[in-house]
Ligand binder design. Structure first.
Ligand code: PLP
Length: 478
């Protein structure tokens, strides 16, 4: 057995090996102990995750990236890669905000302005957006919120607290950000969603009004374009109107749904996104790129100055260093993958990927609607499908409601078993979530299919449902 690796069966905690190991022996260990048990992200039978296989050219480019090992924290450590990153951000900014030719002429290579930033994930992009929003609201003279903290800034301005308002289905990264920024998780104010998983303007205005009436500073209104739970899209235009009315930073979390912007057919679903102050888009989700690549795009090119930091040995003002306005310091040149994909796959290529997976999700929803054994729980806005199996003795009710708590609990437990058995059997896979269905007091356990991989066909969708039916019937016989 190798020291430090392959300790299966070896008692005691791992420790750093004293000696060195031939790489070949290490590879052999990986091949036997780790790789066979990794999740096969490229399998068309796996519809559980929001990340998927990456195109072949990315494999090639990853060698280039590692060989050059550029550090995007500053221009001196990345030079042309900093330029490439700014160019990529400009392309994505234009796709999102659709500003004029003159706008991009003026801002695209002006290193004093920022169209946004790359981050290692949507969590960091959301955090960055809310950091900018907090400082814009509570900044004070010389950004005293940064030097003295949020509590002092709130006190100085006479606020009772600070709040972030958005959908009950907001990603939990918003809560992380509220904690980190001294806003407080309990001050993330949830607006209940309807049966489509979207918030309504009326409910949202009510929550915003309550915050203001109780003396709270409104840090941000968050619209979600593709909720993690069920892919639902808030009415971004309606929320833009509200953000304007209340004078609050408008953040759109399009980590999942941002890719719909590539599609002539589906981009209308994001109408209103051009009015956002900031937008999060994950490249490692629907853009099929490696895990750890996300973008925050900013409508106002001066907005990022609210979080600007400089230091003596680097990041000098006027340097154009990308690390000046970012949560992260040293950072890889992953923007290369996005730049390459936008050129190699192109808008029309992404459009067909998006259109195809949206069509396939609708195909799956149609199958479920027609089935007497399954129940479609939410009409999908994007390519995430929530449904559940109804055991034979529980059939004959309307979707979601009309059941006692005990009946719901039985169905919930049954669906948990299906998903667990399916994971153990390993032929097909979906994930599982719970949702609060309007008209039903209890939380409902839902099977959650993410229709993303370009390798998934209609037949794979049918095979998945057939596999789940077989598992369910097997469980019912027991
Ligand atoms: C995935 C997701 C995030 C978080 O992104 P990570 O890349 O996992 O950090 C944020 N918001 C939404 C809506 C998401 O789907």
């Amino acid at each position: 057995m190798l020291a430090g690796v392959g300790r299966g069966g070896v008692a005691g905690p791992p420790s750093v090996p004293d000696g060195h190991l031939e790489p070949e022996r290490y590879y052999a260990y990986l091949l036997t102990h780790v790789l066979p048990h990794a999740i096969n992200a490229s399998s068309p039978h796996c519809m559980a995750h929001m990340t998927t296989i990456v195109p072949e050219f990315v494999h090639e480019l990853s060698h280039v990236l590692l060989a050059l090992n550029q550090n995007l924290v500053k221009r001196e450590a990345s030079n042309s890669f900093s330029t490439l990153e700014r160019e990529t951000l400009a392309m994505m900014h234009r796709l999102t905000f659709d500003e004029s030719e003159a706008f991009y002429g003026e801002h695209a290579d002006n290193s004093e302005n920022s169209l946004g930033m790359f981050c290692s994930g949507g969590t960091l992009a959301n955090l960055t957006a809310l950091w900018i929003a907090r400082n814009a609201k509570l900044g004070g003279v010389d950004k005293s919120v940064e030097s003295q903290g949020a509590a002092a800034a709130l006190q100085r301005s006479g606020y009772a607290g600070a709040a972030i308002v958005g959908s009950a289905l907001m990603h939990y990264s918003v809560r992380k950000a509220a904690g980190l920024l001294g806003i407080g998780e309990q001050n993330v104010r949830d607006v209940p969603v309807n049966e489509r998983g979207r918030i309504r303007g009326v409910g949202c205005r009510q929550v915003l009004r309550q915050c203001v009436d109780s003396g709270f500073a409104l840090i941000a209104l968050v619209g979600v374009a593709g909720t993690t739970d069920c892919g639902s899209i808030d009415d971004l235009e309606e929320l833009a109107d509200l953000a304007e009315e209340f004078g609050v930073h408008y953040h759109v979390d399009a980590a999942w749904g941002g890719a719909l912007l590539f599609s002539q057919t589906h981009r209308v679903r994001l109408r209103g996104i051009t009015r956002a102050d900031s937008v999060t888009i994950d490249a490692h989700k629907q853009m099929c790129l490696p895990v750890g690549i996300s973008m925050l795009l900013l409508r106002n090119t001066r907005a990022a100055l609210a979080i600007e930091k400089t230091s003596n040995y680097m990041l000098q003002a006027g340097s154009g260093d990308l690390g000046r306005c970012a949560v992260e310091g040293s950072r890889p040149g992953n923007s290369l993958f996005v730049h390459a994909a936008l050129n190699i796959i192109g808008r029309r290529g992404y459009e067909s990927l998006v259109d195809e997976s949206m069509r396939r999700a609708k195909f799956m929803a149609d199958q479920l609607r027609r089935s007497s054994e399954f129940e479609l729980l939410v009409e999908p806005d994007t390519n995430i499908v929530l449904y559940r199996y109804i055991p034979s003795h529980e059939r004959g009710h309307v979707a979601g409601g009309g059941r006692t708590a005990a009946e719901q609990a039985t169905i919930n437990a049954f669906n948990e078993s299906i998903q667990r058995t399916q994971f153990e059997a390993g032929r097909t896979l979906v994930s599982r979530t719970t949702l609060q269905h309007p008209g039903c007091a209890e939380r409902i356990v839902a099977l959650r299919a993410v229709i993303l991989s370009p390798l998934v066909t209609d037949d794979d969708v049918l095979a998945l449902l057939a596999d789940q039916l077989a598992i369910a019937r097997g469980l019912e016989r027991r």
